[in-house]
Write a protein that binds this ligand. Sequence first.
Ligand code: TPP
Ligand code: MG
Length: 1026
Amino acid sequence: MQCLRTTVARLRPLAVTQATQSLAQCRPSMPEGGVRTLQPVRSLSESAAAEPFLNGTSSNYVEEMYYAWLENPKNVHKSWDVFFRNANAGVPPGAAYQRPPATIPSSDGMTVVQGLVGAQPNVEKLVKDHLAVQSLIRAYQVRGHHIAKLDPLGISCVDFDDAPCTVGFQNVGLYGLTENDLDKVFRLPTTTYIGGSESSLSLREIIRRLETAYCQHIGVEFMFINDVEQCQWIRQKFETPGIMQFSLEEKRTLLGRMIRSTRFEEFLQRKWSSEKRFGSEGCESLIPALKTIIDRSSQCGVESVILGMPHRGRLNVLANVIRKELDQIFCQFDSKLEAADEGSGDVKYHLGMYHRRMNRVSDRFITLSLMANPSHLEAVDPVVQGKTKAEQFYSGDTDGKRVMSILLHGDAAFAGQGIVYETFHLSDLPSYTTHGTIHVVVNNQIGFTTDPRMARSSPYPTDVARVVNAPIFHVNADDPEAVMFVCNVAAEWRNTFHKDVVVDLVCYRRNGHNEMDEPMFTQPLMYKQIKKQKGVLQKFAEKLIAEGVVTIQHYEEEIARYDKICEEAYAQSKDEKILHIKHWLDSPWPGFFTLEGQPKTMRCPSTGISEHELCHIGNIASSVPLEDFTIHGGLSRILKGRANMVSQRICDWALGEYMAFGSLLKEGIHVRLSGQDVERGTFSHRHHVLHDQNVDRRICIPMNYISADQAPYTVCNSSLSEYGVLGFELGFAMASPNALVLWEAQFGDFHNTAQCIIDQFISSGQAKWVRQNGIVLLLPHGMEGMGPEHSSARPERFLQMCNDDPDVIPNLSGDFAVHQLHDCNWIVANCSTPANYFHVLRRQILLPFRKPLIVFTPKSLLRHPEAKSSFDDMLPGTHFQRLIPDEGPAAVSPQEVKRVIFCTGKIFYELIRERKTRGMDDAVAIIRIEQLSPFPFDLVKAETDRYQNADLVWCQEEHKNQGYYDYVKPRLRTTLRRTRPIWYAGRDPAAAPATGNKHTHLTELQRLLDTAFDLEKFPGKPQRPV
Ligand SMILES: Cc1ncc(C[n+]2csc(CCOP(=O)(O)OP(=O)(O)O)c2C)c(N)n1
Ligand SMILES: [Mg+2]
């Protein structure tokens, strides 16, 4: 009863007040000359409180009556007609209700309105009973899934906090109904479709139909959805009598799919009984589920489906959904096969796949790709979304009608991993929506060895989806027809509303977590039950044979046929001599590489652009291209400052970035910049989106006004998520090599909440999956006295993951710089000038291959008067400078130089200021390493050769155990063949990246500068190489 009360309490305000309000708004005028105009909401809601029968459970019923009365007063009983007329005429609260007139046919056949006296008890009973029936219907819609038979094992782990059952024949008393009412006929409200073509049914039949719709093998969770149209759509899909019916052909196809799904796992088990494969046994209907979704979506016009999934059943999905050649799968089990590709590769149940084929059901071509993914559960979710968004974007599919994503989840991971929530929150954001994802949960009611009661606090593993109003279809996976039905509905939902939807396949796991694990250690009773459980294929086949849909002979032949296919593929796999991971690519870039998958050249052209282009882009960056557009006064000054810089042929940081983006756009390269507050820029320097100060939401993006045939520029403030958004952008960057995709952290410090994407995808993705990616991470970094959480993007971590060997000087001949870039896992840079930032961004696209780029970007340098570049440094013929030598007096007489300070980034400006103050311009050379990794061995060698008599110092503002020191030191030593020592000037080792005390910060800075310029600081310089 408690639950019922809660339900009604939730509904009451909507039904009596808001509903009336919305009615008043939606249907303000009435037929026949506006005889009945609605009164202000207040009058009806006030009367609701005063009229005794307008309480609690009645609200819905009244709403129904009210709608009907609005259509035509004759639709409702006379008593209601009188009530609504009175209420509408402003009769005071408590007086709107009058006893209804009795209607008795007169002798001439006309209805005579009798006096009201004596009629009230019947009417009240009638109203009450109708209200009760309506509440009961609603209870089924809200809570039917509580008692649906969802668990094939019958041991359901869903915990509803002991909420009592509020539906079923036995519970009609909760609604004030009795057994005697079961055969009474009730008029059905418009919020149900159980009547089909009938508008009234007996209570017994109402309950029977509701039980059929909501309490069998499908549990529908949808009544939390705010949108009435969407609720109605779902009601119709599940309540319409006889809606779950399949043709003989559909049933046979379903059986065929179940056979493939089941026999595939059995085949693997027979051949490789001691190999881990994370089989789908216990959830064999996963394969028909996915195939149904794909078939139906293809019929609806979808041409490309991008899937992301974890380990469970993955090989089966590759074989029977994506249709990877079986021999290619089988040869993955041969541990002796040599890999043909560079890189470390990955285990078979992580690899991706891409396949275009004819869909037999829709007779249309469809492309299916399964994204490669790491073990890290759910990490691939945002990546799939990003890639889907990119495919939609590049194919002009603005509504997601042609490209869609499907995400598979395990029950424990779906509930436990926060990235699921972050990904859901991208689902309806304009620059991130993929217009609806179909989620399929393999809910085997266990996570490795952990029971659901220990793994989540919500009743279902799927509750996280409720935050975005996604309907959730729970289904007993031992009923393949029910599975097929909900999957069809899910695909239609996505096609109709372009919103997320969840299919929860409630199943079990027949084996341990993997095939080697003993599940009886930890789940003895569950596994006793599982051992007794008849396989779903066998059950389903028996059902179809009993129904006469197939013969036993047909069934056995089908099995034999598929087994033969597997055997033949197995024999063929024995002929394979070499394993090609590149055959498992999920995102091929046709035309970008040679047919052998190599870069077309190993050169990188100049990244400079013409003076004319610089001026043109500079002018756009300084102007407001729209008429009558009022910008903020402060912004006008900024734009004016930009115009001045253009006239002086110089760039600051923001303008350098503008030049890079603008020129690439002009060359047809799509640029997408995403992250928190990137539109303006955290430090208010960028201003890529202008806001009209007078017109709400009127914006202007000047970058899109560079030229008529330019590529589009996307700049988007993201949700406050790093893991989700970086994953998304990484996925976006996968779709095409001809796009510059950048993610900016608010401060570099926050990137570590996305660590999994950085470690598992960006740093190691190519080595594992032979898949390149040119994503750019912009990480604001630098010690500015802003405290420990706003100072460090942790360069040491990125550098520690670089794959270049610290102890080996590479072959420096030829196009060393490009080869080095080709061989690295990512590029790490800290640019000290706008021009170099401009070049490194452009180089990302002009390189003949793609590598992730990590850029530590500045904060105070954004406005530093010396951190400006001349147009001369950006003209044709200029390049990104991996190292910037000293160009002052020290360089003129290198023999006289006493000390060379190597550094990177912003500290350079502190160093030159200090050098000047100390008058040491000719005694100390300061050299900037702009590309930290891959390390510019060649350029560093040239510099150390030049300053033969100087001692060498690495100077950084970070603490000694952080920053660049640990990366740079061994490489400098290797370059010098350990003939000269490298000294350190910087902060002492520390646990936190920076002090929170401004004074301490400045003292530390001065101390490190003192060390850097104290030529006596490092006495007793070792004579021997170190
Ligand atoms: C982020 C992450 N944490 C831990 C693991 C280790 N792990 C692998 S499978 C698994 C259980 C997953 O359970 P569930 O999501 O229900 O999938 P199932 O294996 O039952 O299909 C765990 C904890 C992992 N792979 N990823
Ligand atoms: Mg599980």
